[in-house]
Ligand binder design. Structure first.
Ligand code: PLP
Length: 396
């Protein structure tokens, strides 16, 4: 069977592959603790679920405008004003089927084959694959753990070429939890000011899961605002991963281009989810606050546990719900005649010998690291780390 070439030049997300493997082990009767999940383990707040139920009962079940229902776009405009001090009009907002869909819309609207897409590493798994899907060329900037996994202005300048078209990053970052301060963003903005043809996608899906205080959006800088596509959504901050709603805000010409693409591709996202989103964005933030407080507590817990494992080099994540330690110390160590040579081997060893799943850093462009999600209970975190320590002790 001859399929299109593009199927071969992208990878399946290793996050999803790992989840599949651990489900298979669990189905065989093993008690697998998953630290590989990229979603809150909380339920959607009641007032949001109620709004969706009401929408169903009111038969709000027809196609909506492609860009989203007017009251939702208004609610998003109000959210940007309230939380980010950003002023948009509804025609600058596009609602899509998850933040992932927003990013793909923007990639398709901005990148021609051969254009370079600059991606700081470690990066979220899909950025590189999306760039490849549209025949863009990913260009990586390596941010080390010593830099808290954040790039600086000199590195950005060095990565720019006449073919650079787009820069994409997430803050708070998946997988590292790094959060850029306003000062750090200002340094990058100075570089972008010198290169007016580069667009910037700011993926802010983890905005609310921030332990250092105020979230900063790069669109706050007026000198580059017209080139920034700000992406956000409901998945992480409201525990609504399965509802599938994300949104972008950009210059009207960019939003219109994305809407045009979306209109031929998926149309609007679910009408019911849109009504739920209005309730989420206009409603009580206490449930989200409680969730973030729990993540903060678990972060302390898992950091404490990790500190007891010698040789893991770890950053201090300021947001999201991941740890991203460098575990390369274990490369070359063996158990039962099998040698660990990569982060993938390391994850497989822990999956089979500790029944704990995590995701290889190779998926995020950081082959010495593994990603551990602490979006799980305190008890499971403690038990998982106990098992990991026992399994590591067996390596020689
Ligand atoms: N951006 C980042 C950095 C993510 O981690 C994720 C999901 O894991 C997404 C975007 C996609 O979000 P959504 O579920 O809204 O499509």
């Amino acid at each position: 069977m001859k399929l299109a070439d593009r199927v071969d030049y992208i990878n399946e997300p290793q996050t999803i592959a790992m989840a599949k493997l651990s489900r298979e082990l669990a189905a065989q009767g093993h008690d697998v603790i998953s630290l590989s999940l990229g979603e809150p383990d909380f339920t959607t707040p009641t007032h949001i679920k109620d709004a969706a139920k009401q929408a169903i009962d009111n038969d709000f079940s027809y196609y909506t405008p492609v860009a989203g229902i007017p009251e939702l776009r208004e609610a998003i405009v109000a959210k940007f004003k309230r939380d980010n001090q950003l002023t948009f009009t509804p025609d600058q907002i596009l609602v899509s089927t998850g933040a992932k869909h927003c990013i793909m819309n923007a990639f398709m609207a901005l990148v021609n084959p051969g254009d370079e897409v600059i991606i700081p590493t470690p990066y979220w798994v899909s950025y590189s694959e999306m760039a490849k899907l549209i025949e863009g060329v990913p260009v990586f900037i390596n941010a080390t753990v010593e830099q808290q996994y954040k790039i600086n202005a000199a590195q950005l300048e060095a990565a720019i070429t006449p073919k650079s078209k787009l820069f994409i990053f997430s803050s708070p970052c998946n997988p590292t939890g790094s959060v850029y301060s306003k000062q750090e963003l200002a340094a990058l903005v100075e570089v972008f000011e010198k290169h007016p043809n580069i667009f910037i996608i700011s993926d802010e899906i983890y905005e609310f899961i921030n332990f250092v205080g105020k979230h900063e959006s790069i669109a706050q800088f007026d000198s580059i605002k017209d080139r920034v596509i700000t992406i956000n959504g409901l998945s992480k901050g409201y525990a609504m991963t399965g509802w599938r709603l994300g949104y972008l805000a950009a210059h009207p010409a960019i939003t219109k281009a994305c809407e045009k693409i979306q209109s031929q591709y998926t149309s609007a996202t679910s009408s019911i989810t849109q009504k739920a989103a209005v309730a989420a964005l206009n409603g009580d933030m206490k449930p989200s606050g409680a969730m973030v407080a729990a993540f903060k507590r678990r972060r302390e817990l898992i950091l404490e546990e990790v500190k007891q494992i010698p040789h893991w080099i770890c950053n201090n994540p300021d947001g999201a719900f991941y740890l991203f330690p460098d575990v390369s110390y274990y490369f070359g160590k063996s158990h039962d005649g099998k040698t660990i040579t990569t982060a993938t081997d390391f994850c497989m060893y822990l999956l089979h010998h500790a029944h704990v799943s995590m995701v290889t850093g190779e998926a995020f462009g950081a082959p010495n690291c593994v990603r551990m999600s602490y979006a799980t209970s305190d008890e499971k975190i403690k038990e998982a780390m106990r098992r990991v320590k026992l399994a590591l002790d067996k390596l020689v």
